[in-house]
Design a protein around this ligand. Sequence first.
Ligand code: NDP
Length: 501
Amino acid sequence: MGEVEKRGEHAPAPAPADWTYAPAPEGRDIVTLRERYGLFVGGEWLEPRSGEHYATISPADEEPLAEIAQAGAEDVDLAVGAARDAFSNGWSSLSPSERAKYLFRIARILQERSREFAVLESLNGGKPIRESRDVDLPLAAAHFFYYAGWADKLEYAFPNRRPRPVGVAGQIIPWNFPLLMLAWKIAPALAAGNTVVLKPAETTPLSALLFCDVLRQAELPPGVVNIVTGDGRTGAALVQHEGVDKIAFTGSTEVGKAIQRELAGTGKKLTLELGGKAANVIFDDAALDQAVEGIVNGIYFNQGHVCCAGSRLLVQESIYEPLVAKLKRRLSTLRVGDPLDKNTDVGAINSRQQLEKIQELVASGEEEGAEIYQPPCRLPEKGYFFAPTVFTNVAQSYRIAQEEIFGPVLSVLTFRTPDEAVEKANNTAYGLSAGVWTEKGSRILWMAQRLRAGVVWANTYNRFDPTSPFGGYKESGFGREGGLHGLEPYLEFDGAETFGG
Ligand code: NDP
């Protein structure tokens, strides 16, 4: 027996000197990028009439990925025309079970190609591959499956109300969940018998463009879904187009308000899913270690680029110190870096513009007197990154407690009584979501009745399900996506009065 084998048998292996994770990058090869993309209109790729293109990049290293078409008003007009033709010439009168077949196909293809989509989503948007793989992709497919199931049951979903499709839907989505927001918009619209013109965000168009390939694979009739890329001007042209019957928008409150003003008096239907500044409320009887996981998930998931992020932590005074100590300890274990590394917890900030917005708001927090904590972590030299951040000593009036930062930045406030928790939680212009952590079921219900938020999570956070409606109060917008509620904005009803409602 040789020396080495003998040692292997009897002597314990020496303990590693370095416990840091080795890199575990997901391969990029599964994604094939074109050099240049056109607009997907009427089932074909068209060069933009505008003649303009722009580069889309990877925010993790600023590498240019592809040239993207900048659609102008004429291009939007073509896309709306294609959607109108498809609506009038077959899609709206297709038997509902046939419509369902296409949606089921799309859902299955998304599942089959999920790794390809997950890599592309992380590459173009900066989110950790673990999240694209385990959250964005399964949920996007689940939305298509869910609404496929409703397509031939609308009359049962809305009994005695004779639902019929609205027509052409113009859909504008943001950059934080590009494919998932596309699914939230397209699945219910198609299930209800509408056709669609969708504009992805300027910085994250690639997964929507790959989705066009899925539509072809599913043999969806041409023109039922049209994708027009470009910046805010493209979105504005879609909003203004007279041939659009309904606008669905997810994005900033500022742009949402401008769209609402634009559409006032036009008779077009509108749903707005806008910003948030959610309170995550921790009572002193909560399971603290679980709460810490919920807090971390609430604000550092997707670099905090989440409209329902738990960005204001409200902690009952008696547990403030142990909770903040645990939270800081947990922060030091978060790994910030390459979005395509399977060990990464916090990826890249989506754009330079967003990074600058976060930096500006964080500077304002320090100037106003809050105490900042960031765990020691080395950020990559290239690309847009921001360390997970916690602010303590935050007053309700500070900008970091009022404004949506849309980054990995948490503001900690305290309360003494449940009434005070409710008052502080509701002290915001927004009303999208909230979290409550306590072991008492009665207290959860008491809080949920008083929190002015579209979604209230109890002893969990950031849980999504296609069956559950999602949407806001106040400046977080109106209308619901998900569940049966998510079909209603894509339907018109008659007969309700005849049957007594
Ligand atoms: P925007 O509201 O500008 O973007 C959302 C979508 O609307 C994008 O597709 C955008 O295009 C498009 N758009 C921009 N201007 C117009 C317009 N005048 N008419 C129609 N569509 C338009 O958000 P930003 O990307 O500028 O982000 C700014 C802030 O908004 C963030 O820091 C965050 O606080 C908040 N936000 C909230 C989101 C949410 O889910 N609630 C999502 C994204 C942002 P383009 O991408 O080309 O600008």
